[in-house]
Ligand binder design. Structure first.
Ligand code: ADP
Ligand code: ZN
Length: 218
């Protein structure tokens, strides 16, 4: 049973790497952005509640986000352990997560911070396309799909996230630097931080993460 948090700016590759670590270690992958986007696609009450925040690139209110995650981790399948991706995103969320896990006699084991320069982030986000069906990302020039407009993994339709517009990207990077970067210190002080360089290809970064986690005997 392992609980891992992924930290990194929008475009750092958190989603891709978190999914791969979850698969390798057989853990549940809990991605708040994906959960919100699914709710949006389905037009549920939650989707309606979060739409405007997501489009602007600001954080969804903590009450909604924390409620959704706590519900998710109390589901039986999360008992095997989980990889958190896009959560926590501020101190209040980090504390709420620690408290909720502590109530179950559990704790976050490691926080992996994927560091990427702002220049690379802007390039990645601008060319990013995401699958409507399975949420897998690709990049128009760095990792183009085999068939234009179609997901390599499932054949689903690729689209550009509305919050991957230039204006929202700027806002998301600002929100990350103001609200989320304090978490790097939060986990460092707790002795849980693993720093990984996020430049380079998906596989190279993945190997660095496995090496960092592997050295930890989880
Ligand atoms: P990225 O990391 O590329 O910005 P995500 O898919 O993780 O993308 O998140 C997209 C949007 O979903 C965020 O800009 C925010 O509006 C909302 N969101 C996701 N996770 C959280 C969270 N933990 N707290 C508040 N809002 C969140
Ligand atoms: Zn797909």
């Amino acid at each position: 049973m392992v609980y891992i948090v992924f930290l990194g700016a929008p475009g750092a590759g958190k989603g891709t790497q978190a999914a791969s670590v979850a698969r390798k270690l057989k853990l549940v992958h809990i991605a708040t952005g994906d959960l919100f986007r699914q709710a949006l696609e389905r037009g549920t009450e939650l989707g309606l509640a979060v739409k405007s925040y997501m489009e602007k690139g600001v954080l969804v209110p903590d009450q909604i986000t924390i409620g959704m995650v706590l519900e998710r981790i109390s589901a039986p399948d999360s008992g095997v352990g989980a990889v958190f991706d896009g959560f926590p995103r501020n101190l209040k969320q980090a504390e709420a997560l620690d408290e909720a896990l502590a109530r179950q006699g559990k704790a976050i084991d490691k926080a992996v911070h994927i560091g990427v320069s702002e220049e690379a982030l802007l390039k990645r986000l601008g060319g990013r396309r995401v699958c409507r069906q399975c949420q897998a990302p690709c990049h128009v020039s760095d990792s183009p799909p085999r068939v234009e407009g179609r997901c390599d993994k499932c054949g689903g339709e690729l689209y550009q996230r509305p919050d991957d517009s230039e204006e929202s990207i700027k806002k998301r990077l600002e929100v990350y630097s103001d609200e989320t970067t304090p978490l790097i210190d939060y986990y460092r002080r707790a002795g849980k931080l693993l720093e990984v360089a996020g430049e380079g290809g998906v596989e190279a970064v993945g190997k660095r993460i496995v090496a960092a986690l592997g050295g930890e005997r989880l």
